[in-house]
Each structure stands twice: as structure tokens, then as C-alpha cells.
Ligand binder design. Structure first.
Ligand code: BGC
Length: 778
């Protein structure tokens, strides 16, 4: 029955399109044009071939093809060399080709072009993890404004960013691109950067939707996760970002989710994203994501990227054979055309290819410094005292500082300021003899690699200074600074032994430097120039101060010096927990899945208990907790007021925060909630919201108000397919970290509130036993 009806509908569509073409041709009627005619009229005038070309990227089309009507489809010349992809154009209907480019830390295009003396460098902003560590959506939006200007001025329509997958496990090779172990932080930071970028009139693609929490076999692994965990953790951040910023596009991920590739998941891309969340933009695949091309369109995934020859034909064949409803294709075309209408290319924006890189570098420097987290500061080692001038810099990364990670998250920047340069720029005196030793070491290593046949020498191994060398420097320098560098990127997760942990030789060097400098009454500062959480237990005691700089972008050395010198008072906070041992990580025994060499399946057995949700509930000590970060000044919270919930559960919390120290500084006020466990088990606390203060002078106060909606109290009941705020006692706590709670207040919800009913979809295709707390204290 259905097939016959579909067949009739299809024949009707073809007939109408044919009729419209031939009537127009006979009467010499003008062809509808995008922008002048309605989208519906344009779609009605499109042939099946044109529709299927539009939903497949034209990146890999070698030359423009001509269709039956003699119109050109697809622009194949590289408009912006180095951009990740281009869409098809249909000039006959006034549809131009949009250009899509990576990535999350800056525009990723080729810096040089053939026969062109100009350069096309882009600003390397701090990586996502560093931006998130600012806990400052206002600042992140400003970064987005500068960033989006480069997108626009380099002729790009859609930026393939932000990346916002959850830090389920510290070894994920792309955690540097992502924001946090917590969906509220992820969602709010992603929302802020999207707002900033899109304010320029260009688009973004929030990625990778969803469950792409590892790189190991990312194209084939099946993520098995309960509905509750999926909704509360892995989807929630996307929902917040979408509702706060309305990104033009969303990018589906590579992995399968409960048995189905996300790229082909109707439940994910239509039922949840469109029907439940009301998302109106278009969805694209990740590059080469998904398998079944018509299935991708059927799911509500509108654009297949990068697009390969033959893929359009597969979709056309599916429509002709009635296995793909033409209406699904039309909807995809409509969603794409809606975005094209807003694009700079459609508006014929005359881009300059000359963004103000100097102004944007200044923004990158400010954000880089604000994303740094001061982990340790014994006896006010930092900021440097005025007596510190001659600094002995150890660690390769002091000289070759890492701006950002590798892969599509990398940026072709004009320069990276190394720590040595940043210190020199601020008139410190990095020890020149030590610099010579490192230079000699780097050049010897690269000569050896080239002699062994390497075309491009890899990063050298860590230089380990000899005892005698350290001894001399401990005498002639005022302070030792060791920069620990770690990088990572797409395709691979980080190696536990060599990337997550420091090498035994690096640890020995730290201990040696600490011993020799301490013996001479001098201090050791460690700067962490890293892409994700690392093991710190064996050596953190040796340092007097530890500054977590992450990968702060191209202004790295200047931004690091700003904090070390006290020009900037550190105000960054951890968005991801540093555990004591890797084996403490709740997902450790299920990462990256089985079989370990090329995991086909990964069971999220830890359920909702990841990050602080786990460590706090199960009383597992951490090295540095979620939300943690020191300042050069002190703050207190006072006058906490809770206006109890109305019938919908909405309530208000307000308080004052005061700088009681001697230096101006900013603080992040974090609002946590402990919920009752009457029907659903709960973590001991969850972050509800956060606010960063302005720069408060000594003695200055700021009033902060949080307005919380009842639905933010709710947990997801897989049994009911509902979000429910259980009846019982709720405690709201405000503090400076998940452990440093300053004030708290409680209220009772007399009756549970069912805040939202949703579809029962995306159930696990394999039964998994989720971790549950035995005793769960409210
Ligand atoms: C990455 C995406 C990126 C795309 C285009 C893929 O391999 O996963 O994040 O946007 O390539 O470069």
C-alpha cells in the first residue's frame, strides 16, 4: 500500500518537475532563482540530479560536470586552498557553492598559494580546553567575534567548529579540542563561541554529534550507552549550545551509537535534534562518516561530506527505486538552501583576505592567559618576585612551545611565541648558555633524523640535562622553570605510558632540578603545556609552583609570562578532573573498548558517573578536582539568599563575592546541586550553573544572581522516558571548586515535577550493567 502510494507521489513529483521545466522552456519563462523566488519555488524547479548534487559535497569533483539541462553543477576549483570542503553550486538556479573550513582553534587554510606572494596565515587561538578553562562565556564570545572575522575575511562560509564532545576519558586524543567532562560547561562555552563567530554573518558546525569520545576506531566503534547517560551527559551539552546560539549546522560523528551510525540515525538527527529540540539548521556528516548514502539522507542528515563521485547517483537511484522518499531529499535541500541564503558567498561578500591578525593575536593572548589554571603556589612563588631575573629554562617546550594540537584542530599560524621569547619580551633574562645547549641538541637530533632518511624531522626527544649542567645553572640562575610539553590530535588516542605519564627520565630531571635549586635556596616552577590531563603524582611535590597553561595558542609564551609575572592574575579553573591514578578513572576499564587493538564496541558501564560525578559520589580522592584553580588573591562568598521554587520548580540563588586579598582578580562562582534520590540515583552533586566576576579590586564586591529553571533540577528516567525532578530535599551550594564550597542552602520539593516527556529512542542494542552507588547520600 505504502509503496504504491509512494510510487504515485514520486511519479507525481517527477511529472510536476518535468512539466515545470518544459512549460517554462516552451513559454520562455524565467527559471526561479534563489533569493528572488521562494525556496519552495526553487525546489520545485530542481531536477532530481540537481537535488542529489546539492546534498553531496563537491570537494572531490575533479571538474565541473554538466547535466542534461546543460547547466553546470559543482564548482571544483579550490576557492580557498586548504579549506576542508566545498559544496556544489547550481548556477542555473542562483545557488552558489559554500566553502567549509576547520577548525576549533582557528581557521585552517593553506598559508601559501602557488604563484602568489601573499600569505594567508590565521590566528591560532587557545585550544577549546583552554578556552573552556576561562569559565567565561563573555570572553569566549569575544574570541568568537575575532575568530569569525577571519572566517569571513578568508572567504569561508561555515567553520567546522566548535568540537564539544565530553571528556569521558583523559586519553581521548581530541580532548584538547573539546571543553569539559561536564555538559553544562561544554554547552555554555560552545554556545558562547558560536554566538561570537556567527555574529559575523558566517556559520558554524557544532561537532561531533554524538558520542565521539575516543579516536580508537572512531569510524567503526559502537558506543553502547544507556538512554539516561546519553541524555544527561553526551547530548545535554549539544542541546544547551543549540538553544543558546542556534548554530547554522551540526556535524554528525563517525561512531555508531547503540548499533547505528550517528550519521544514519533518524532517532538522533530527526526525532531528538529536530522534533524534540526544534533545531532548524542543517546537519552534515563528518568527512566520510556513515556508510549508506541514501540512509544518511533518510535519517535527516542533509549534506554528505566531503562528497565523492558517484554518491549523488546512489541517492538518485534510491529515490527512483522508491527506497528513499523524495520528500526527505526535498527537506534536506530546503534546509541547505535556508543556510545558503544567509551565507557571505550568497550575499557576494567581497572578502579581503586580510583580517587584522595583530588585533586578533591580542585577543588570543588575553584568552590564553585567562584559560590558565594555577595548580600550586607554595609560599607565593608566583608571581615572580622582583629578584627573579635570570631564569634557567628546562624542557624542550620552553623553546618549542606548543600552540595547539594536531590534525584538523591545527592552525597554520604565522608564529608561536615560545616561553623563552615571552619571558625575554617582558625583560626577564632566560639563561643563554642553557638555550645554546638546547639549540645544539635540537640541531644534532634533526641532522641525525635527516641522515637516517627523514624528510621532515619529527619533534626531538626530551633533552635531559646532566647533573653538572643543572648544578651550574642552579648557581648562576635565580629560578628554574621546566616546561612540560605534550601534544595529541585526531585519529589516535594518547598513549598512557609516554603521553599521559611523564617518562622516567623527565621525572628524574624534575627531581634533580628541584634538589639542586632548592639546595641553593632557589625555586622550581613547572609550566604544563599539554593537550589533556596528565599523571602528576610522582613529581608534583617537587615543584614550588605549577601553572597549567594548556595549549594557549600562538601567543603562548607571552600569555604564560603574563601570568608568571603577575601582569595577569590567574582565574582559570579545571573543567576536567586530574585523578591521582589513571586506574581511578571510572571509564578506564572500558576504554577504548573491545577488542582493544581495534575496538568494535565500547560499553559506557560507568553510566552517568564520569569525572567529578564519580569521584565525589564514590569518595575517590583526586589530584586536582573539577572547578579547581588558585588565584594571587583571596575571595569570600557572603549573603547567600535562596528564593524557594515556584510550582514549576524555578528558583533564584543570589550572593555576594568579595576580593579580600591584596591584588585585583577574577573569580568563578560555581553553583552545585545535590538532589534527592527518591526514584532515580543521583551523583552526590552536579554543576547547575556558573558565573565569572569582573576584575575585582582588593576590597571590591560583586553581586551574583542565578536564575534556575525547574527543568534544570530534573534527571532522566529511562523507564518513563521523562525528565523528572524527584520530590525531596535539594541542597544548592556555591563555591570556588567542586570541593571548595563556600555557602549552601536547601529547599524541599514536596511533589516530584515531570518536566518533559520524550521519545523512547536510542536504547542500547546490547544489555549493559551500569555503575550505581550503593549508598547515595542526598
Ligand atoms: C574531523 C572533523 C573535521 C573534518 C574536516 C574529520 O576527520 O573529524 O572534525 O572537521 O575531518 O577536516
Amino acid at each position: 500500500m505504502k509503496t504504491t502510494a509512494n510510487f504515485m507521489a514520486l511519479s507525481c513529483v517527477f511529472f510536476m518537475a518535468y512539466l515545470s521545466l518544459s512549460v517554462r522552456a516552451q513559454k520562455n519563462m524565467p527559471v526561479p532563482v534563489l533569493g528572488k523566488n521562494t525556496i519552495k519555488e526553487v525546489i520545485a524547479a530542481m531536477t532530481l540530479e540537481e537535488k542529489t548534487q546539492l546534498v553531496v559535497g563537491a570537494t572531490e569533483l575533479k571538474k565541473a560536470s554538466t547535466n542534461e539541462q546543460g547547466t553546470t553543477i559543482g564548482f571544483t576549483e579550490q576557492r580557498v586552498p586548504g579549506a576542508a570542503g566545498i559544496m556544489a553550486a547550481i548556477p542555473r538556479l542562483g545557488i552558489p557553492a559554500l566553502v567549509l573550513s576547520d577548525g576549533p582553534a582557528g581557521v585552517r587554510i593553506n598559508p601559501r598559494r602557488k604563484n602568489d606572494p601573499n600569505s594567508y596565515y590565521a590566528t591560532a587561538f587557545p585550544v577549546g580546553l583552554s578556552l573552556a578553562s576561562t569559565w567565561d562565556p563573555v570572553l569566549v564570545e569575544e574570541v568568537g567575534l575575532a575568530f569569525g572575522n577571519e572566517v569571513k575575511e578568508y572567504g569561508i562560509d561555515i567553520l567546522l567548529a566548535p568540537g564539544m564532545n565530553i571528556h569521558r576519558n583523559p586519553l581521548n586524543g581530541r580532548n584538547f579540542e573539546y571543553y569539559s567532562e561536564d555538559p553544562v560547561v561544554s554547552g555554555k562555552i560552545a554556545g558562547a563561541i558560536v554566538r561570537g563567530i556567527q555574529a559575523n554573518g558566517v556559520g558554524t558546525s557544532v561537532k561531533h554529534f554524538a558520542g565521539n569520545n575516543q579516536e580508537a576506531n572512531r569510524n567503526g566503534v559502537n558506543v553502547v550507552v544507556s538512554e539516561r547517560t546519553l541524555r544527561e551527559l553526551y547530548l545535554k551539552g549539544f542541546r544547551i549550545a543549540i538553544s543558546e546560539s542556534d548554530p547554522w549546522t551540526v556535524m554528525s560523528s563517525y561512531n555508531k551509537l547503540n548499533g547505528v551510525f550517528t550519521a544514519e540515525s533518524f532517532d538522533l538527527l530527526t526525532t531528538i535534534l529536530r522534533d524534540e529540540w526544534g533545531y532548524k539548521g542543517f546537519v552534515m556528516t563528518d568527512w566520510g562518516g556513515g556508510r549508506n548514502r541514501p540512509g544518511i539522507i533518510r535519517a535527516g542528515n542533509d549534506l554528505i561530506m566531503p562528497g565523492r563521485p558517484g554518491q549523488s547517483d546512489l541517492i538518485a537511484a534510491a529515490v527512483k527505486s522508491d527506497s528513499l522518499d523524495i520528500q526527505a531529499l526535498d527537506k534536506s535541500v530546503e534546509r541547505i538552501l535556508n543556510v545558503i541564503l544567509k551565507s557571505p558567498t550568497f550575499k557576494k561578500y567581497k572578502y579581503s583576505d586580510k583580517p587584522d591578525l595583530a588585533a586578533h593575536a591580542a585577543v588570543a593572548r588575553i584568552a590564553g592567559a585567562d584559560g590558565m589554571v594555577l595548580l600550586k603556589n607554595n609560599q607565593q612563588t608566583l608571581p615572580f618576585s622582583p629578584s627573579v631575573k635570570n631564569i634557567a629554562l628546562f624542557g624542550n617546550a620552553s623553546y618549542r612551545t606548543i600552540a595547539g594540537g594536531t590534525g584538523s584542530g591545527d592552525v597554520n599560524r604565522a608564529y608561536t611565541i615560545a616561553v623563552i621569547k615571552g619571558l625575554a619580551n617582558a625583560s626577564y633574562q632566560p639563561n643563554q648558555d642553557l638555550w645554546k645547549d638546547y639549540r645544539r641538541f635540537f640541531s644534532k637530533d634533526s641532522t641525525q633524523q635527516m641522515a637516517a632518511g627523514a624528510k621532515y624531522p619529527k619533534s626531538p626527544p626530551e633533552m635531559i640535562a646532566s647533573d653538572s649542567l643543572i648544578n651550574i645553572r642552579a648557581k648562576d640562575s635565580d629560578l628554574a622553570l621546566i616546561t612540560i610539553g605534550r601534544n595529541s590530535g585526531e585519529v589516535y588516542d594518547r598513549d598512557l605510558e609516554t603521553n599521559y605519564k611523564l617518562l622516567p627520565s623527565e621525572i628524574a630531571q624534575i627531581k634533580n632540578v628541584a634538589a639542586q635549586f632548592h639546595k641553593n635556596g632557589k625555586k622550581l616552577v613547572i609550566v604544563l603545556n599539554i593537550a589533556g590531563v596528565i599523571d602528576m603524582k610522582e613529581w608534583s611535590n617537587d615543584a614550588d609552583a605549577i601553572l597549567l597553561a594548556w595549549q594557549p595558542g600562538q601567543e603562548a609564551g607571552n600569555a604564560i609570562t603574563d601570568v608568571l609575572s603577575g601582569k595577569v592574575n590567574p582565574s582559570g579553573k579545571l573543567t576536567t578532573t586530574f585523578p591521582v591514578n589513571y586506574s581511578d578513572v571510572p571509564s578506564a576499564k572500558n576504554f577504548p573498548g573491545t577488542p582493544i587493538a581495534k575496538p568494535l564496541r565500547v560499553n559506557y558501564e560507568e553510566g552517568i558517573y564520569i569525572g567529578y560525578r564519580y569521584y565525589d559520589t564514590f569518595h575517590v580522592p583526586t589530584a586536582y578536582e573539577f572547578g579547581y584553580g588558585l588565584s594571587y588573591t583571596n575571595f569570600i562568598v557572603k549573603d547567600l539568599k535562596l528564593v524557594k521554587p515556584n510550582v514549576n520548580g524555578d528558583f533564584t540563588v543570589s550572593c555576594k563575592i568579595k576580593n579580600t586579598g591584596k591584588k585585583a582578580g577574577k573569580q568563578v562562582l560555581q553553583l552545585y546541586l545535590s538532589a534527592p534520590t527518591s526514584a532515580i540515583d543521583k551523583p552526590s552533586q552536579e554543576l547547575l550553573s556558573f558565573k565569572k566576576t569582573k576584575l575585582l579590586n582588593p576590597g571590591e564586591e560583586e553581586s551574583i544572581t542565578f536564575q534556575i529553571k525547574g527543568k534544570e533540577l530534573a534527571s532522566f528516567s529511562s523507564d518513563l522516558s521523562e525528565w523528572v525532578a524527584d520530590e525531596g530535599k535539594y541542597t544548592v551550594k556555591v563555591g570556588f571548586s567542586s570541593k571548595d564550597i563556600q555557602q549552601a542552602s536547601s529547599f524541599i520539593l514536596k511533589k516530584s515535577i515531570h518536566t518533559e516527556k520524550v521519545h523512547r529512542v536510542l536504547q542500547p542494542n546490547v544489555k549493559i550493567e551500569e555503575l550505581k552507588p550503593i549508598v547515595n547520600k542526598p
